[in-house]
Design a protein around this ligand. Structure first.
Ligand code: SF4
Length: 109
């Protein structure tokens, strides 16, 4: 059976083997991540529990936009990152794939 490898297939394979980028909080010049000063359980709520405390912390965090972009670049990420849930990140990736050229500023607004 022949396997047809298209450029798209190759790109997807290449992406899946690319290591995830470092979280922006690891930059020595970055402001502190508020999640490092908050109960980590808040960012990984049990099913049915509120995500509001995590989202509130994220929206007060100076790293939110960079963290949100990072979370979009890392697939299969659990929990709240940059104020977003896994489902929201899936939706945003799909939206960007469809629309193409959106910037972080447009998303953060
Ligand atoms: S935006 Fe949220 S998850 Fe990201 S570093 Fe800040 S508090 Fe942590």
């Amino acid at each position: 059976m022949a396997v047809h490898v298209t450029w798209t297939t190759f790109s997807v394979l290449a992406d899946s083997h690319r290591p995830p980028p470092p979280h922006p909080a690891l930059d020595p010049d970055a402001p502190p991540a508020l999640c490092s000063q908050t109960d980590p359980e808040v960012f990984f709520p049990e099913k049915g529990a509120s995500i509001r405390p995590a989202v509130a912390a994220c929206f007060a965090c100076e790293l939110r936009t960079a963290c949100y972009e990072w979370s979009l670049a890392v697939t299969d990420l659990d929990g709240v990152w940059g104020g977003s849930t896994p489902r929201q990140r899936i939706q945003e990736r799909a939206r960007r794939a469809t629309r193409g050229n959106d910037t972080a500023a447009e998303v953060a607004a």
